[in-house]
Structures are given as structure tokens and as C-alpha cells.
Design a protein. Structure first.
Length: 100
């Protein structure tokens, strides 16, 4: 009787150990994948932030204008624009309203 209890307990411990090891391995795999995804997203975020900061600074925009466009660009008043809409196959031209 003692031998049977000992064998059953050893068998039970082996099964529990195997299950625990497998679930631990799966968790480690998921953690690794998640960390890699986070690293990739952090790198993309840093690049996008750098690009945004670099390209949108007024100083940089003026520099680009002088370097690439010279006198090709000019400022316009937004109120001078017109808006074109198509309703019932007719074109309707009205003053542009930036605040809607």
C-alpha cells in the first residue's frame, strides 16, 4: 500500500512539474514577444517624434523655404480663399470659412 501511494505521489509530482514548466515556458515566450513589440513601437515613436520636431520647427521651415523654394512661396490670407461645393450637379462657390 505504501509503495502504491509513493508511486502515485511521484507520478503526480512529475505531471505537475511538467505542466508548470510548460506554462512557464509559454509565459516567457509571450513576455519576450511583448517586449520586442514594445521596443519596435518605442523606436518608431522616437523616429516620428524626431521627424515631427525637426520638420515642424518654424526656423527649419523658413530654412527649407529659403533653400529649396527661394521666391516661389508667398503668404496668403486665408480669408481670400473660396470654397467650391457640388450640390445637385451644380457647383456652388462661396467664401471659405475656416471655423466650422
Amino acid at each position: 500500500m505504501k509503495k502504491i501511494i509513493l508511486i502515485i505521489s511521484i507520478f503526480f509530482l512529475v505531471i505537475v512539474t511538467t505542466l508548470t514548466k510548460n506554462s512557464s515556458k509559454n509565459l516567457e515566450k509571450e513576455i519576450y514577444i511583448t517586449k520586442e513589440n514594445i521596443n519596435i513601437l518605442e523606436n518608431k515613436y522616437e523616429l516620428v517624434l524626431l521627424e515631427y520636431n525637426f520638420l515642424t520647427s518654424p526656423k527649419k521651415l523658413l530654412e527649407y523655404q529659403n533653400t529649396y523654394f527661394e521666391d516661389d512661396l508667398e503668404s496668403l490670407n486665408i480669408n481670400s480663399f473660396n470654397e467650391i461645393k457640388k450640390e445637385n450637379n451644380k457647383l456652388i462657390i462661396s467664401k471659405f470659412n475656416p471655423i466650422k
